[in-house]
Design a protein around this ligand. Sequence first.
Ligand code: NDP
Length: 293
Amino acid sequence: MSEKVGFIGLGAIGRPMAGHIAKAFETQVWNRTTKRAESFAKEHGADVAASPADLVSWADVVITCLPTSADVDDVVRVPDVVWRAGQLLIDATSGDPAEARALAGWLTERGVGFVDAPVSGGTVGAEAGKLTVMLGGEPDHVERATRIIEPYSGKIRHVGPVGAGDALKAINNALLAVNIVAAGEGLAALVKLGVTGETALEVINAASGYSNVSINLIPERVLTRAWPRTFRLALLDKDLGVAVKMLQDTGVPHDAIGVAKEAFGKARAALGEEADHVELIKEIEKAAGVEIK
Ligand code: NDP
């Protein structure tokens, strides 16, 4: 018999992920702002749960996709949400490994499985059902989670015990952040020296300094001056915080990632909670007195 899936958190990436789930499974959704859940239900035919408690009592498997691990705790680790043995929580949030382990321990006491399952690939990857998903958890829970998340995934990899998915995701995003800062600074200098952004990227992308930032993000968002909002800068700053804490806890230097954390913290204070992650480059342009184009 097919599993009943509850999906919590219909934000920029959660909504398209839930869309794929609703096509494959009997689905209920819950979102803090109810009108977003209602608009999702209208588009996809899923049911809207009245509360997280109702959703958890109905579902076999619950997927959460919220900003932070603390938000996940606030929604599903509260007295009125009653879990039952045999259920599984798949947390697609880009979370904190230590907090994931704590939540998994709490769920284990109730006979509930937990898999941390953060995603990468952006809203475009989510729409296309081609996300890369990194899973942390026990093999039997991971196997069950894999069957559920398959509709929104391109690549699914079991990377280690509970928390390992969140750890890998934090480092992936730290690399993204370092690349945004470095490419923004480097290109601003080149433009001031008379090399256009387009020319610089044509060469870099055929040389050795390229990354997703130089191949996709800057051409599509900065050179065009389109600055779409798909992944909040505040969330990438949160990921950098997780990464720096992991590096501190493991006794690893964090010179490059620490600098990126500082840059994103400053940009978050200047640009606010709704700015997109690539908009950090606006701050570099402002300080340099130049536009990258
Ligand atoms: P958004 O900010 O777009 O959406 C956040 C969602 O969480 C909304 O549904 C919001 O509800 C809900 N929410 C926020 N705080 C609470 C709370 N305290 N209690 C209940 N619900 C809450 O985030 P994204 O969808 O972009 O990101 C979700 C997760 O996925 C994050 O961990 C992010 O780092 C990660 N991620 C995002 C990617 C992207 O491209 N956007 C890419 C890969 C990972 P409401 O509608 O009421 O505001």
